[in-house]
Design a protein around this ligand. Structure first.
Ligand SMILES: [Cu+2]
Length: 197
């Protein structure tokens, strides 16, 4: 009974947190944002028993043991993924990163895909060498479960024309490649509207 109440409390906390998040998201979702969604399916009771209370919220169904077993078998856990894994975007378009899962994830730019900062998950997923960008843990941006963050705008200094790799520094198989294009192959971005004078 006590356990049941604890879980219910956790669910309420999660729901309240999500409600607050949606209230504080700045009028957000600018029309035309290119969305990248991060998914997982963590089952709160088993994940929190192993990893600590609050690691997993929501109503996922994959137990911690199933998660580890799938990782051992396939070096990947299918329900822990970024969508899309490959994206084309034109200069001027903002991006939006949504965490639809029950755990925190990162969406970290890396020069080359590699492991994250959790050695066990690196080993099990076949990414023994960490991406150096993932090792500066205090500098990482963690996107909490249920949160939406504005990502870089295509064509900005953070996301210039070209190919960019992003990965989760916890679950290194969660990856997205973003290709930024100049619309119509023009020499300069058509951003006339953005200029005020
Ligand atoms: Cu992750």
């Amino acid at each position: 009974m006590k356990r049941k109440l604890t879980i219910q409390a956790a669910v309420w906390v999660a729901l309240a947190a999500m409600a607050m998040m949606s209230l504080t998201t700045p009028a957000g979702a600018v029309q035309g944002d290119k969305k990248i969604r991060m998914y997982d399916d963590c089952e709160p009771t088993t994940f929190n028993a192993v990893l600590g209370e609050g690691t997993c919220i929501g109503n996922g169904h994959t137990t911690f043991q199933e998660f580890i077993e799938e990782l051992e078998e396939t070096q990947d856990v299918h329900k822990w993924r970024n969508q899309p894994s490959n994206m084309q975007v034109n200069v001027g378009r903002p991006t939006l990163i949504e965490n639809r899962g029950g755990e925190a994830h990162t969406f970290t730019p890396v020069a080359t895909f590699g492991g994250g900062f959790i050695p066990d998950l690196n080993a099990l997923s076949g990414n023994p060498v960490p991406a150096p960008e993932c090792l500066n843990v205090p500098g990482l941006v963690f996107i909490p479960a249920g949160a939406t963050e504005q990502g870089p705008t295509a064509g900005s200094s953070e996301l210039p024309v070209g190919t960019h790799l992003f990965q989760c520094c916890i679950h290194p198989w969660m990856r997205t490649i973003i290709e930024v294009h100049q619309p119509g192959g023009q020499a300069s971005p058509a951003t006339g509207k953005a200029h005020r004078h």
